[in-house]
Design a protein around this ligand. Structure first.
Ligand SMILES: Cc1cc2nc3c(=O)[nH]c(=O)nc-3n(C[C@H](O)[C@H](O)[C@H](O)COP(=O)(O)OP(=O)(O)OC[C@H]3O[C@@H](n4cnc5c(N)ncnc54)[C@H](O)[C@@H]3O)c2cc1C
Length: 381
């Protein structure tokens, strides 16, 4: 048996979260090793992030495939409303090349980035991997929605895990520069389906709470909405919703999807996970990683709680109610408000904005009345 290698930080998972932690710790001279078992895994992401996220995560210009100016929402009964902003609100990135770029940044910072290497156990001291044994002072679980590190350390799972499927199809967008969202219990029970332009292709996907029927729902969605188009690739993935508590114990820290640092309304995890990873890396370097739990929750915990309440409300809506809400987006004042004030990273910021916008209150009362009055608000609280 070979010697056990001592390292300061072992990071399991070389997705964005893991690569960012490794970069942060390695660049300050900590002996860091990153394990990524599947560096060439199929694309499991639509790659949609805000302009803010692209900037803060340092996405290189050449990995931006598309600028997004708005969205088209399809209600369950066929109501369809487009919202368009004059300026770009988001971008679609080449996710696989972005992950490789982040791992390269970690490598350049001095981390040992072991691609094709799997970690398969930890006994509290020694980490067992396909390339030998390691004794890390700090163990980071950046290993995705179903985290082995969490299991080894006895940490809980995310509250909910959705199944998702996505295909890249050979098609030009019907609405260039727009993301399409499809709602309805027949289409994507418990979540939604999407079509997102990504350069030469369209990323068409769906996430749902119906774990047993996800693939069938996805196939029927494609057949119905995008018939006779060439499917270039298909993949399945998981979306964790609702962070476990806690996300750390002693010397073990979860980050990214492993900690469900994901927007409950949209399933987007790149921004929250990426920022939390940078925070964790910096705290490890500063010698106070125990602050991580409190600090990441201070930053985004309330926003995620808001998202979870909004999700509860969303789940309580019937298809007719959803269709009614979609039709309201045709209201010029509302759509202008959403385009101007909406923030895909911090949706809760709309609420105080709404309070400050009396011209929209009548619409608010109309919504409340249609949904059955004040008591209905309980679904959202
Ligand atoms: C279909 C789909 C579409 C999405 N679209 C968007 C979107 O448009 N925008 C957005 O912001 N988010 C989106 N997300 C969410 C986003 O993809 C995730 O939040 C993000 O990938 C999380 O990054 P991560 O580094 O935490 O985990 P991951 O990207 O899952 O990386 C974890 C890595 O750990 C590796 N690993 C696991 N176990 C081990 C082990 N034992 N040893 C070694 N390596 C291991 C895996 O191979 C994997 O590469 C989408 C998710 C899905 C499923």
């Amino acid at each position: 048996m070979g010697a056990v290698e001592k390292v300061n930080v072992a990071v399991i998972g070389g997705g964005p979260a893991g690569a960012i932690v490794a970069q942060e710790t390695a660049k300050e001279g900590l002996r860091t090793v990153l394990f990524e078992r599947a560096p060439n895994a199929p694309l499991r992401c639509a790659g949609l992030i805000s302009m803010r996220a692209a900037e803060e995560l340092g996405v290189p210009e050449d990995l931006i495939l598309e600028e997004i100016h708005g969205g088209v929402v399809h209600g369950p009964k066929g109501n369809e409303v487009a919202l368009t902003a004059p300026e770009a609100k988001a971008v679609v990135i080449d996710r696989q090349r972005f992950d490789a770029h982040l791992r390269e940044r970690a490598r350049t910072a001095g981390a040992a980035v072991l691609e094709g290497a799997s970690a398969f156990g930890w006994d509290g001291e020694v980490l067992h991997t396909s390339v030998g044994e390691f004794r890390p002072e700090i163990l980071v679980g950046a290993d995705g929605a179903v985290s082995s590190v969490a299991r080894w350390a006895g940490l809980p799972e995310p509250r909910e895990i959705l199944v998702a499927y996505q295909a890249e199809i050979d098609a030009r967008p019907r609405y260039p520069g727009h993301v399409e969202v499809f709602l309805g219990r027949d289409i994507a029970p418990g979540f939604f389906a999407w079509a997102i332009p990504a350069g030469e292709v369209l990323r068409v996907g769906l996430a749902t709470t119906e774990k047993g029927h996800g693939l069938l729902l996805f196939q029927s969605f494609i057949a119905k909405k995008f018939p006779n188009l060439r499917v270039l690739s298909t993949s399945g993935g998981l979306i964790p919703i609702g962070p476990p508590t806690p996300t750390s114990i002693e010397r073990v820290f979860l980050v990214g999807d492993a900690a469900a640092q994901v927007k409950p309304i949209t399933g987007g995890g790149l921004y929250y996970g990426g920022r939390a990873a940078a925070l964790l890396g910096r705290l490890i370097v500063a010698g106070n990683p125990r602050e991580y739990e409190q600090r990441w929750r201070e930053w985004i915990g309330r926003e995620i709680e808001f998202g979870l309440r909004a999700r509860r409300g969303f789940l309580s809506l019937s298809d007719n109610e959803l269709d009614f809400l979609v039709s309201l987006l045709e209201d010029r004042a509302l759509s202008a408000f959403l385009l101007e004030r909406g923030d895909m990273d911090y949706p809760s910021r709309l609420i105080p904005e709404l309070r400050r916008s009396p011209h929209l209150w009548p619409l608010g009362f109309k919504i409340l009345k249609a949904l059955g009055g004040l008591s209905r608000l309980q679904d959202f609280l």
